[in-house]
Write a protein that binds this ligand. Structure first.
Ligand SMILES: Nc1nc2c(ncn2[C@@H]2O[C@H](COP(=O)(O)OP(=O)(O)OP(=O)(O)O)[C@@H](O)[C@H]2O)c(=O)[nH]1
Ligand SMILES: [Mg+2]
Ligand SMILES: [Zn+2]
Length: 304
């Protein structure tokens, strides 16, 4: 008698960590390592898995993503960083490493493109907030971005972040993102006292930057409610965008500029462009930098 071939009946779970070419999948019964089996999955992905011979399991399906945080390299190759997030906690230190406004704006573009919420977390406030950083608060809150301040060293502000996440990250995870060495993992440790959350790095004395200590993304349930993801720090971010117009439409402040020509991209030297009157020189430069980057990637991808 011929055996009937049935498609593998998978059990549902969520990817909570990626470990090389395997993923840690969690469901109500627990956690197990699964082989990707040719699939692509990132943290937050809803997957189906089956028992595999030996240890763990094997992925048989990755469900469609509601949202995805996606970056691209200079050739337009897309890298998905996390799936099904509700928002981003954009972590930037006030010093050591220096505050990076341009990186904040790039994350805000990435969030806006995906319909993700975004909040700025200023870390290392124990080092003192430079006036040049405080001077930017108004412009940041003006575009609807909350600012939370924290010191992982003395614990100031940790409770506020915990309360905040209990509200916003109840249903969908929020990812801690930002440069290396800003204190993302330190903050996860503060939010989960007594739990093993991964190594905390040193700051290179020479470069004044982190050493890319966290190498994998990982989801955590907070004791007070809410789900967060720690992620590896990155040097720079080019959000995955396939139309230059989307850079203009999603860039903070710049998106509000009304020009004589509706399709003006506010490039340098554009005749009759209002952007230089309505946007600060630094922000406009940062916008134009991203615009050029995205234009180059799109040109590179064009056939011929
Ligand atoms: N002064 C001060 N130092 C901090 C604070 N938070 C973290 N640090 C220090 O900053 C360094 C980097 O911290 P991590 O938590 O590893 O930073 P990270 O953002 O996770 O870095 P990557 O994993 O490389 O992306 C460590 O030496 C921490 O002790 C803070 O609030 N104040
Ligand atoms: Mg880390
Ligand atoms: Zn213009």
């Amino acid at each position: 008698m011929a055996r009937r071939q049935t498609p593998p009946q998978g059990k549902p779970g969520v990817v909570i960590e990626t470990v090389g070419r395997r993923v840690l999948v969690r469901d109500a019964k627990g956690e197990r390592t699964c082989f990707l089996a040719g699939k692509r999955a990132v943290i937050g992905d809803r997957v189906q898995w089956v028992e595999a011979r030996g240890e763990g399991g094997k992925l048989v399906a990755v469900e469609e993503r509601d949202t995805a945080l996606v970056r691209m390299d200079m050739r337009g190759k897309r890298q998905i960083l996390a799936a099904n997030l509700g928002g981003l906690l954009i972590c930037i230190s006030v010093r050591a490493p220096d505050f990076r406004r341009a990186l904040l704006d790039r994350y805000l573009v990435a969030a806006s493109v995906q319909g993700l919420q975004a909040t700025l977390v200023l870390t290392k406030t124990d080092l003192g907030i430079p006036d040049a950083v405080t001077a930017q608060f108004e412009e940041i809150t003006d575009v609807g971005v909350d600012i939370l301040k924290v010191s992982n060293t003395d614990g100031t502000g940790v409770q506020e972040i915990s309360d905040y996440l209990a509200k916003v990250a109840k249903k969908r995870p929020w990812a801690l993102v930002g440069g290396s060495g800003v204190g993302k993992t330190s903050l996860v440790g503060r939010l989960l006292p007594g739990q093993e959350v991964g190594p905390v790095g040193e700051i290179s004395e020479f470069w004044g930057t982190g050493r890319h200590t966290t190498t994998t993304s990982r989801l955590f349930d907070l004791p007070g409610g809410g789900i967060i993801a720690d992620s590896p720090g990155i040097r720079n971010l080019t959000p995955a965008i396939d139309d230059v117009g989307l850079v203009r439409e999603n860039f903070p402040i710049v998106s509000r500029v009304r020009c004589k020509f509706r399709d003006c991209l506010h490039r340098e030297g554009e005749e009759g462009c209002n952007a230089p009157d309505e946007v600060s020189a630094t922000l406009l430069a940062s916008y134009r930098h991203l615009l050029t980057e995205v234009t180059d990637v799109i040109d590179w991808q064009k056939p011929g």
